[in-house]
Design a protein. Structure first.
Length: 428
């Protein structure tokens, strides 16, 4: 009877270890929402995880050792191992019988079954074991067992274990793959994926190319400047001299608020602020830090030859994590059309990052073969080596690209077809 009782104690204590340390964010929110005495006690236990773990480990080991000792005494009282069986001496038979049976019972009843249950109903078992764990914790702390265990592990941790302060991107990706759908929502999953890829993204991959940038000639009169501002709806506009490769600075629209009633000959050029230039190869996590330190929201992107290839804003960087951000001035133009589950029509200028989002793919295969391109049209140029004309077709792995519209200078519109049969063959 004592052994059976100890097995149940072992089961509940082992289950408590899994229950307390596998509570999901949703379970913790449920604890916070209810201010009952039991929930408050569970939160207090979780507030000191080292003490909680020490209490559980000490109690579990005491119980298991007690089971082994009592089982040995019981076997010696009930069974006699005087004769050898199968050529094995009595001592070996006694050892195999005792260790085999006790180990099986402890593993099955005291470890496997309770931990499976605790993993499925962690909050329920945490509530059942809250008061016993609290009482054991007070006892072990008073007699010094918990304190000694915490001290020794902390000492070993500080002296002999080297801690890595940085987590690699591959580790984060692996952790995200292991996260179950029940633990995070779809939106949270996308944000986590954005964070994982954040440090590997270059400025060139998310910048606005110069052909799509609204900019103003420094020689323009004040009336033309105001009209351009009203038409664009932007709060910061690059100012150039002669062409976009000669940026003079950035005009902040808020600086014009006190000059709205000025004449056409108003010298608005005095309000231009210095531009901030960054290379195409700069990582956006580093640029975000610089934006925060310098308190700026826009930078001019410079290519390897010294020419200006576009701009990048703070909003562009944040959108890499949280997704598209739109305001009342944004035009929600459709840059693609979904014909069916396997056929899409995209604008050639669509960034590859946006293509991945629409197709709901990681895009690693595209990234490995894109070369210097950052748009769908550029990717097709990398594949074909030429500006393809209407109805021409090129294949890439499970995808087929058919040109819908183009001219001598660029590819304007592309039909993307997903070959599902190839995907199924690859999965097999």
């Amino acid at each position: 009877m004592v052994i059976v009782g100890l097995l149940f104690c072992s089961a509940f204590i082992s289950g408590a270890e899994v229950a307390y340390f596998s509570l999901s964010p949703k379970d913790k929110e449920e604890l916070n929402s209810s201010k009952s005495k039991l929930n408050t006690l569970i939160q207090d236990l979780l507030a000191t995880p080292k003490k909680l773990l020490a209490t559980i480990l000490i109690a579990n080991n005491f119980v298991n050792i007690s089971i082994v000792i009592l089982s040995s005494y019981l076997s010696n009282s009930l069974f006699s191992f005087e004769n050898s069986w199968f050529g094995l001496p009595p001592e070996v038979l006694e050892f195999i019988g005792l260790v085999g049976l006790v180990t099986f019972l402890i593993l099955l009843v005291g470890e496997v079954i309770p931990k499976v249950y605790a993993n499925k109903y962690p909050l329920k078992l945490a509530g059942v074991m809250a008061y016993p764990i609290y009482a054991l914790g007070q006892v072990f702390w008073y007699i010094g067992l918990s304190r000694f265990l915490i001290f020794t592990t902390s000492f070993i941790d500080k002296k002999f274990i080297k801690k890595s302060e940085n987590i690699s991107v591959d580790q984060l990706s692996h952790a995200l793959d292991l996260t179950s759908d029940s633990e995070v929502s779809k939106d949270e999953q996308k944000i986590l994926e954005g964070i994982v890829k954040f440090g590997k993204t270059d400025v060139k991959q998310i910048m606005q190319p110069r052909t799509e940038v609204t900019s103003i000639n420094i020689a323009s009169d004040y009336k033309l400047v105001m009209q351009e501002i009203l038409n664009s709806g932007y709060s910061r506009i690059p100012i150039y001299k002669e062409d976009f490769d000669h940026i003079e600075g950035v005009l902040y629209i808020k600086d014009l608020l006190s000059h709205l009633n000025e004449e056409d000959n108003f010298n608005w050029q005095t309000l231009i602020r210095n531009a901030y230039f960054v290379p195409e190869s700069k990582k956006i996590d580093d640029l975000l830090t610089e934006f925060q330190a310098k308190k700026i929201h826009l930078a001019i992107v410079v290519d390897e030859y010294g020419g200006n290839s576009g701009i990048i804003t703070l909003e562009d960087i944040i959108e890499e994590i949280v997704g598209d951000i739109t305001d009342e001035f944004d035009n929600e133009e459709v840059v693609y059309s979904k014909l069916d589950d396997t056929n899409y029509v995209f604008e050639g200028k669509i960034p590859l990052k946006d293509l991945y989002r629409v197709l709901d793919i990681g895009g690693d295969n595209f990234e490995n073969n894109k070369g210097d391109s950052d748009t769908l049209a550029g990717f097709i140029l990398e594949l074909s080596g030429k500006i393809m004309q209407k109805n021409e077709k090129v294949n890439f792995e499970n995808y087929s690209f058919t040109i819908e519209a183009s001219d001598r200078r660029r590819i304007k519109r592309v039909k993307v077809t997903i070959n599902e049969s190839k995907i199924e063959e690859a999965e097999k």
